[in-house]
Every structure is written in structure tokens, then in C-alpha cells.
Write a protein that binds this ligand. Sequence first.
Ligand SMILES: Cc1cc2nc3c(=O)[nH]c(=O)nc-3n(C[C@H](O)[C@H](O)[C@H](O)COP(=O)(O)OP(=O)(O)OC[C@H]3O[C@@H](n4cnc5c(N)ncnc54)[C@H](O)[C@@H]3O)c2cc1C
Length: 377
Amino acid sequence: MAPTATTPTVYVIGAGMVGLVTAFELANAGHAVTVIDPEPASGATHHAGGMLAPAAEVVYRQDPLFPLMLAAAGWHEEIFPAVAAHTGRTLGHRTEGTLVVAGDKADAAHLAELTDYQDAHGMSVERLTVREARRLEPALSPRIAGAVSLPGDTQVFPRMYAEALIDACRDLGVRFHAGTVESVTDEAIALRGGEAIDLVDGDQVVLACGLGAARIGGWFTGANPLRLRPVYGDILRVKAPETGEIVTRVVRGFVEDRPVYVIPRVDGTIAIGATSREDDHPGPLVGGVHQLLRDAIRLVPALEECEFLEATCGARPGTPDDLPYLGRISPRIIVSTGYFRHGILLSAFGARVTRELVEGRAPGIDISACDPLRHGA
Ligand SMILES: Cc1cc2nc3c(=O)[nH]c(=O)nc-3n(C[C@H](O)[C@H](O)[C@H](O)COP(=O)(O)OP(=O)(O)OC[C@H]3O[C@@H](n4cnc5c(N)ncnc54)[C@H](O)[C@@H]3O)c2cc1C
């Protein structure tokens, strides 16, 4: 039988980045929290690049997202030290910033347009000559055609950070229950295998299980209003040579208009990502692996000297308008999912707003564009 707590408890369903940061934020504020997940951090979080990139991601031209992304970047800066105070584990956060580079002249024109757009949105962006960019990152190819620096775009290693969050949550008394939720109502949470948790006065439930939220019933009548879809991304991991790091900053780039990024991790590995496809192939595709290696090596030729470690594929939880689903949908249930390609960055936003909702406060940021029921029948 799953634990039915005696003190008012917040049940967070899902222990991906969104559920974990939410559980930490709540527990750190003094709430009793139980996290339910059969396999924590096994979803998109396991595969993610982990770029905390409110400026670079402007490329997707989703204006309602910008204030949420900017706020999230600031909130991470507050949450990181709070997590570090409750765990001895490394968080995997790096603050060297990001360079965005162009593979050829057409890519440079694209980059110049993007930079104007970032400027217009008040992002911190600095145009560099190729020589200046190569002074910062000598491993960049001399053939690149343009570069900008985004000093405010940082990164975290999601696998490492998830482990640190779990440890910090345990330190704060968060309970982890290995179960799969099948349905949720204001009265009870039903788990696979017949377990049930009866909800009592003061209890709340946060549906923070990424794509899994589309398969949880009980809380709606008719069709599930959450229109979540998987957007697959192939991503690679390689190991830097013993001679030392190849790059210290995140290097993002365009090669013949295809985006690619290279992320140096604190453990000496490097992520190379990521494709974006909406087909029926949940595993990494040879074509995607080939494209990523070819484009990344074109920008950073020394990647050829790295040991190849793995190719994986994750499913981003996409929504029809690429905006998250975040808000209260009943007296006891809050939905927090659909963070698509920004869920590592936006986890701090989801966590902060969820805490405000749990505490009965109006969110300090406008979340009207994120109404979880907006795509319902
Ligand atoms: C290749 C790739 C690169 C990415 N790069 C970035 C990046 O650089 N920056 C960025 O901000 N974002 C990035 N993302 C997006 C980001 O990974 C996701 O938006 C984010 O991980 C979503 O987090 P989540 O916690 O909502 O979902 P997930 O990480 O998918 O976690 C969901 C969790 O819920 C659990 N679960 C599911 N169903 C149930 C159930 N019924 N009961 C209990 N538990 C359940 C699962 O076991 C899982 O642990 C990337 C994604 C991919 C695939």
C-alpha cells in the first residue's frame, strides 16, 4: 500500500527536472512532499542538453515565452545555492557562457538577423569577429563565418543535477515512492497494481510527469485536454581527450541552416545535440547521428579526437503552441507539463509558480498563456 500521509502533503507525480525542482522548492519552503515516479529522471531529462539559454532560444520566435524564460534563468541562480546547501553532490552547473557561430556566409546572415532580434528583446549579446571568437575558444574552426557571445546563457548537466536534487530532496525529508500513477481525482491517486492514496484535507497533487500526463485519467471528463506530443531529439555524448577540454563555453551554431550545439560538461564529457523530429522512431537514428557529428566537427574540428560514448534519443513534451501547461485545474490538482524544448530552463519557473499556487497565492508572473485547459474540447 502506498503511503497515505498524516500531515497535509503535496504529491508530486513525476521526478523529471520539472517534478524534482518543484519538489525541492516546496520542501525547502517547509511543505511535506511525496514524489511518485517508477524511474526518476528517466524521461526527457536524462537526454537533455541542459542549456539555460533565454537569449539563444529567442530563435524560436515565441514571444510569450521570453519573460518566462528570463524569469526562470534568474530563479535558477537562487535555487542552485539552495540545493547545494542540502547535498554534497556536484550540480554540474557551468557559467562560462555561450558562443553562437555561423558555418558559412548564409549562416552568418541568419546569425546577424538573430542577433538584431535578441538586441531588440533586450538580451545581453556581443558581436565578435572570428578572430575574437577563436581567441576565446581556440578549437573553433578558422572557417566559421561569424560569431556572437551570449554571456548570460549558462548550462547544467541534467543527469548530475537530477541526482543532486534527489539527494537534496531526501535531506529535506521528501519521500520517493516508486509507482506509476494511473488516475487522479480530488479524492484519491490510483496507482498501477491497485495501490491508492486517499487525499485528505490540505493535500494537493502536482501532475509534473512530462508526456506521461497525457496517460493519466480521472481528473477530466471526455477527452484529456492536454494535447501533448513527443518531439524526438537525437543527442550524442563523447569524452574529451586526456590532453584537456576542447571548448569551455557552450558552442551553438548553424551549419547550412541546421542548428547544432556542443556542450562541455564538468565531468570531461561533451554533449553534441540535437535533432528535432516528429516521426515514430523513439531510438537514435543513424541519419541524425551522422548529421550531428558532421556539423559539430565542421565548427569544432578537434571533436574528431574524442572517444565516442553514446547516442541516445529523448522525447520532448511538445504542445500545439509550444507553451507549457501550468495552472490549477481543480481544488486539489495543479498541472505542470508541456515544457517542450525548454524544460530544464523552465523547471525553475514551473517550480516557483507551483509553490505559489500550492500556498494559495496569485503567481507573481503572468501565466495566462499557459492555461492547462486551453486546448480542451
Ligand atoms: C535531446 C534533447 C535536448 C534537450 N535540451 C534541452 C536544453 O538544452 N535546455 C532545456 O531547457 N530543455 C532541453 N530539453 C527539453 C527538456 O529535456 C524537457 O522539456 C524536460 O526534461 C521536461 O521535464 P519533465 O520533468 O516535464 O519531463 P521528463 O523529464 O520527461 O520526466 C517525466 C518523469 O515522469 C515520470 N512519469 C511519467 N509518467 C508517470 C506516471 N504515470 N506516474 C508517475 N511518474 C510518471 C517519468 O518516469 C519521468 O521520470 C531537451 C530535450 C531533449 C529530448
